[in-house]
Design a protein around this ligand. Sequence first.
Ligand SMILES: Cc1cc2nc3c(=O)[nH]c(=O)nc-3n(C[C@H](O)[C@H](O)[C@H](O)COP(=O)(O)O)c2cc1C
Length: 347
Amino acid sequence: MSTAWTVIVVVALTLLLLALAVRIARRFEGHEAAHGPPSRSRTGDGGPSRDAAGSPVTEALAKAVAAAGLAPSIHQPQPWKWRMTGDGLDLHLDSSRPVDVTDPDARLATLSCGAALHHARVSLGAQGWRATVTRMPDVARPEHLARVQADDPAPKPIEPLMVRREQTIGLRHTDRRELSGRRVGADALAAIITAVHAQGSLLHVLYPNQVLDLAAAADLAQGQTDETGWLAELASWNAGPSPTGPHDRPALFAILYGRGDQPINWLRAGEALSAAWLTATEIGVSLLPLSATIEMTHTREAIRVLLTSVGYPYLVLRLRTTDQDDAGQARQPQLPIDQIPSPSRSA
Ligand SMILES: Cc1cc2nc3c(=O)[nH]c(=O)nc-3n(C[C@H](O)[C@H](O)[C@H](O)COP(=O)(O)O)c2cc1C
């Protein structure tokens, strides 16, 4: 064999061996990533994906969906659908449900979905995952409300606030009792307002004379709703000034509002509702939503006037302190089992 042929054969054999070595090394890397500690959910560098069933990101997403199942929701319970896609979740308005006559635009259903979205975000944060949220990702499919992408693990240690907030998800509940607590203090109110602002919405606490206007709107809504307890309470404001003056009444009423009146604003308002409610629960404040006056266009417009038309009302909230010895009730997840997503089942 000539020298030239020998060189060619040696080079070819070397290249073959190199290619084999690279392949083996890649396989080894894949094994490490699938079994090692969470590093990245998405490598983006051609490395292995961590979205296999049972992987840390899949488990974190499933827990987030379970936490979302504890979110408050209106009329039709849990008007949302989750789909797991690799290392993310898609949140959909459940359009298979019959149209709710009291919520024809699905504004309150979308708001409920926003609360579920916030619960899922809190859960992911408490589990140590950073998430990127894209709201209304597909203009052609408005029922596709958000995409939640689990990115990197968050820096350790996990923020204690996030862990606490996730625990609060299990305590929050709707308390319709006539509470005897004190009026909400300025610090507590500031904390709730800050929580709302952080989610891109606003909160306007009504002055006593404005509560009378709200009561008038509630009067209009009467007969169209079964929220008689709420309406009776508001009606008491109409019954004339209390002997000690309106400032002494224990409840505060506030309007959750924002700059727009589109589905994306309703979604964000739901996130703000969740943030406000979890914060309120943590600081001993009972938050109760009143949607009757929002459901009808004319009463919604009347409430908008209370905001001097600078924004659009999403929900009325009643705020009161809770009794000191009321530790709150532990709650069971409301999520139907078929809503727990798996990569193979798009719930
Ligand atoms: C957008 C929205 C509007 C609501 N409106 C009212 C209301 O007008 N009156 C009321 O008592 N509860 C209202 N709720 C509370 C729900 O009824 C409650 O979240 C649901 O029954 C689940 O109970 P939970 O909050 O204890 O988990 C509302 C909740 C949401 C998310």
